[in-house]
Each structure stands twice: as structure tokens, then as C-alpha cells.
Design a protein around this ligand. Structure first.
Ligand code: BES
Ligand code: MN
Ligand code: ZN
Length: 496
């Protein structure tokens, strides 16, 4: 979809979307159109329950030169911020695609008490429209034109088009990076296995990332045995993906971003039931988010030192697969009794985290994983679970999430939970306590691999990486949750 910004025209034509504030307050353009149409807009409003509340829409038949008028509820003046603008852009794109419109014009009549400039509103409307228009249709060979996205051109009318264009240019890397991650997460596991994921990450050298990939032989030599134990039942080679973006002050310790990249999780010998198992193609959503965030940091030339490390494996049952009860020595030297081969995420992450700390001495380490079904039971699909040993880091993450619209909820850790994963024959076991507190015992396992003095956070994104319904700025499917959150965390706290 092409995006243009233009100044206010003498008269509107085509499909036009205009703002209406709370309590049926027509903004300037809506009012002018109402006048030109002899009060038809107000009559349409009075005939139904549209009040101009945030995210309400009402479609009115066009007359006198334009084809269709879409009223966009912007709510109270102060409610119209960047996130709300993205939602409006998403609504417009969704509406245009559903109605089969090729072009639409959105008119930005910024409310007086707004918190962002008209140019920023315009840019975020365009961003929202783009994010909503994502499609993963490469495997559809028989799609009819009416099943494809109709919208080809979005024109955003604003008093300061040059500023809006500039603001939008600064946001374009967000679109590319979110789409990059959504593609990774959407791909089926026969196409996207560890080496293919690594290959796509290697292509990011073109945006300026340094990318290294360790194969099984290198990992074996170094002792990442627990990670390797998860992948040993698969014919696909496990990979450790190491990306770096060191554009900050020379002596500043980096932030390490760690991602769970299980390209398919069958559960291994502790095999999952058949129902819904296809969902486990997106068990690499954490690695997808970390890779997309690294891409975004590089594309916008962030002034920070950031390392991205993804543990990439396929969890399969096989004659060579890890058995329940096997004991394996981790890179940290601690031994792990693998009770349940379906609790594999924590296994690959413990070695990836240790590797990151040994090699890069990070000041902070943020890890993202589709780790437990239990976090979905606790928080549903509205918030990711946040576990941390460091309250300032946890607060910064929560703030970044609230600002960008990728929300988090802090969960507890503690010695009583930790005790549940003590093993009779090894230093720890990979499950404990039955299903009770399942996302917490998983986090406790990870915490045993955090070195003293490292601020650490674990984000359990199992409920967030995939959306079965979609929302204003995300069609159903892969969300790329975490890409913008991590980017905002770095921007707000590590770039100075
Ligand atoms: N990848 C799953 C967690 C998951 C479940 C992600 C549903 C997204 C949607 C993880 O590897 C897993 O299997 N976890 C088990 C842990 C259990 C065996 C202790 C779980 O949550 O059931
Ligand atoms: Mn599993
Ligand atoms: Zn998994």
C-alpha cells in the first residue's frame, strides 16, 4: 500500500474518513462536509448510536463528488495519542479492505487538547494502516482478487504534510521489522527450521547487523549440552544465532536480548496431544521478536550496544531423542534432570543465557519465550508475564510496554517456588510442582542461570505471539509482539 501526505484540498473526493469527537462533536472537515450536504452527516449520526467515542465508526453514503464518508470516533481530545492514531489507521484500512476500496483519504483535524502534533498523528495513522494490512498469502495459489487487500493508496490530509512525511519515514523501519518477524512466525515448520531461520537472520547484515551462527559441532565443543539435548531428536541441525549491534559508547556494557526459537515443538518423547499441535510452529515467537527488534535497532541506527542471541532447535521424538529422566550437564556446569521433554524452552534458554553472559558481560539481559501454557491460563491474551530480579528493569519494561501498547504484568519469584525444581539426582529438574504455578517454576529454572549482578527479565509471551482474532493494527495470526517493546525499552533507557 502506498502512503501519501497532502495539504487540505479545496474539496474532498473519493472515499473520505473524517474525525468526530466525543458527544458527536464534528471536527472541522466533518462539519464542513455536513454543511455542504445540508446536514446529512448529523442526520446519519442522530439515526443511530454513533457518538464519536474512541474507535467507533459510522459509514455514510457519499454525495456531491465523493463516494463514501467514514466517520471516525476519536473520543475525548486527550485520548488521541500515537497509539490511538494507529488504531484509527487500522480501522480505516480494515474498513477499506472489507468494502473493496482501492483508495481512501483520511483527514487529520487534530483536536485542540491533543497530546501529539498533527504531523505525528498523520504518520501514526499511516503506520497503523500499514500494520493492519499485513498478509501472509505466499502459499495461496487460487486467491480471487476480492480476497486480496483492496486498499492500494492511503492519502493522509494534514496541515503540515512535509513534517508528516518526515515523521512517517522515521517509522517505516517499524513496518519492515514487524513484517519481518510476522513472516518468520507465520512460516510453517517444514519451511522454517533452525538453519533457515539463521539464513534469514544472516540477510540482516544488509541493514548493518553483525551476524554469527554456531552449529552443533561448535556448540558441542563449547558445552551447550542442554540446548543440544533438545534438538538431538530432530534431523534439522540446531543453531545458535548471535547478532550484534554495537553503535553505543565504546565502554558501555551491552544489553543482551535472548529468544526462544523452537521452530516446531512436538513435545519430544513427552509428546503433545494432536489437537492444536500445529500451533507449535510459532514456538519461535521469542526468537522472532528478538531478531525483528535487532533489525529495527539497526535500521534506525540506535545509539546503543545490543546483542541478540536466539536458541534455534526443533523438538522431535526419535530413536535418538532425549528420554525423560536423562541427566545433562549445562554450559554453566550445573546438571539438569530432564523429567519432561516438553518443557524444552527453558532447556535451550539456560545455555543461551549463560553463553551470552560469559561472552558479552551484559549489564542487562531480557529474554522472550513462548514458554508456558500456564501463563495463558493466568493472563490470557492481553498481557505477557514479566519475571525479573531487578525492579528498575521491570519498571522500564512495563513502561515501554504501556507506551507502545504491548502490555506486561509482573509475576512473582521466590525461594519456595525455586525449591520445587530441586532434583533427587541432579542439581535441578526441568519441571516441578505439577501444573501449579507452572509459569513461575519455569522462570525459577531460568533464574538459576542468571549471574550475580546481571539485571534479568524473562517475558513469557505464549499468550501474545499469535492472535486468533486480530485487533486494530494486527490481522489474525502472528503479532510480532515484543519487537516494538524491545525497541522502545532500548530507546528510552539505553540510548543517551
Ligand atoms: N511451547 C510450549 C508452551 C506453549 C503452549 C506456548 C501453548 C504457546 C501456546 C512449551 O514448550 C511447553 O510445552 N510447555 C509445557 C510445560 C510443561 C510440560 C511443564 C506446558 O506449558 O504445558
Ligand atoms: Mn514444549
Ligand atoms: Zn515449547
Amino acid at each position: 500500500m502506498k502512503v501519501e501526505f497532502s495539504a487540505f484540498p479545496k474539496a474532498f473526493s473519493g472515499n473520505v474518513a473524517v474525525f468526530v469527537g466525543a458527544e458527536k462533536k464534528l471536527q472541522a472537515s466533518a462539519k464542513a462536509i455536513d454543511g455542504a450536504l445540508g446536514g446529512a452527516v448529523m442526520r446519519a449520526i442522530e439515526a443511530g448510536r454513533f457518538t464519536g467515542a474512541k474507535n467507533q465508526t459510522l459509514s455514510v453514503l457519499g454525495q456531491k463528488g465523493f463516494s463514501r464518508l467514514l466517520l471516525l470516533g476519536i473520543g475525548k481530545d486527550a485520548e488521541l495519542d500515537a497509539r490511538a492514531a494507529e488504531a484509527l489507521g487500522g480501522l480505516v484500512a480494515g474498513d477499506a479492505n472489507a468494502a473493496g476500496q482501492k483508495a481512501v483519504t483520511v483527514v487529520v483535524d487534530a483536536p485542540k487538547g491533543g497530546t501529539v502534533t498533527p504531523a505525528a498523528l498523520a504518520a501514526h495513522i499511516a503506520l497503523g494502516a500499514q500494520l493492519r494490512s499485513y498478509r501472509f498469502d505466499k502459499y495461496k495459489t487460487k486467491e480471487k482478487p476480492e480476497q486480496k487487500n483492496a486498499l492500494e493508496r492511503l492519502t493522509v490530509v494534514v496541515g503540515s504534510p512535509a513534517d508528516a512525511k518526515k515523521a512517517y519515514a522515521a517509522l517505516e523501519p517499524v513496518i519492515d521489522s514487524v513484517f519481518f518477524t510476522r513472516d518468520l512466525v507465520s512460516e510453517p515448520a517444514n519451511v522454517l527450521y533452525p538453519a533457515e531461520f539463521a539464513r534469514r537472520a544472516k540477510a540482516l547484515t544488509k541493514v548493518g547487523l553483525k551476524v554469527e551462527v554456531l552449529g552443533e559441532a561448535e556448540m558441542k565443543k563449547r558445552g551447550l549440552n542442554v540446548l543440544l539435548a533438545v534438538g538431538q531428536g530432530s534431523v534439522r541441525e540446531s543453531q545458535l544465532l548471535v547478532m550484534s549491534w554495537m553503535n553505543g559508547p565504546k565502554n558501555q556494557a551491552p544489553v543482551a536480548l535472548i529468544g526462544k526459537g523452537v521452530t516446531f515443538d512436538t513435545g519430544g518423547i513427552s509428546l503433545k496431544p494432536a489437537g492444536g499441535m500445529e500451533d507449535m510452529k510459532w514456538d519461535m515467537g521469542g526468537a522472532g521478536a528478538v531478531t525483528g527488534a535487532m533489525r529495527l535497532l539497526a535500521a534506525r541506527k540506535a545509539k546503543a550496544n545490543v546483542i541478540g542471541i536466539c536458541a534455534l532447535v526443533e523438538n522431535m521424538p526419535d530413536g535418538n531423542a532425549t528420554r525423560p529422566g536423562d541427566v545433562v550437564k549445562s554450559l554453566s556446569g550445573q546438571t539438569v534432570e530432564i523429567i519432561n521433554t516438553d518443557a524444552e524452552g527453558r532447556l535451550i534458554l539456560c545455555d543461551a543465557m549463560w553463553y551470552a553472559q560469559e561472552r558479552y558481560k551484559p549489564q542487562a539481559m531480557v529474554e522472550l519465550s513462548t514458554l508456558t501454557g500456564a501463563i495463558i491460563v493466568a493472563l490470557g491474551h492481553e498481557r505477557a508475564g514479566l519475571f525479573s530480579n531487578d525492579t528498575p528493569l521491570a519498571t522500564n519494561l512495563r513502561k515501554a510496554g504501556a507506551e507502545i501498547g504491548e502490555k506486561l504484568w509482573r509475576m512473582p519469584l521466590g525461594p519456595k517456588y525455586d525449591k520445587l525444581i530441586d532434583s533427587d539426582i541432579a542439581d535441578m529438574k526441568n519441571v516441578g510442582g505439577g501444573r501449579d504455578g507452572g509459569s513461575i517454576t519455569a522462570a525459577q529454572f531460568l533464574q538459576r542461570f542468571v549471574k550475580d549482578g546481571v539485571a534479568w527479565a524473562h517475558l513469557d509471551i505464549a499468550g501474545m505471539a499469535w492472535s486468533s482474532k486480530g485487533n486494530d493494527t494486527t490481522p489474525k495470526g502472528a503479532t510480532a509482539y515484543g519487537v516494538r517493546l524491545l525497541d522502545r525499552l532500548i530507546a528510552d533507557n539505553y540510548e543517551k
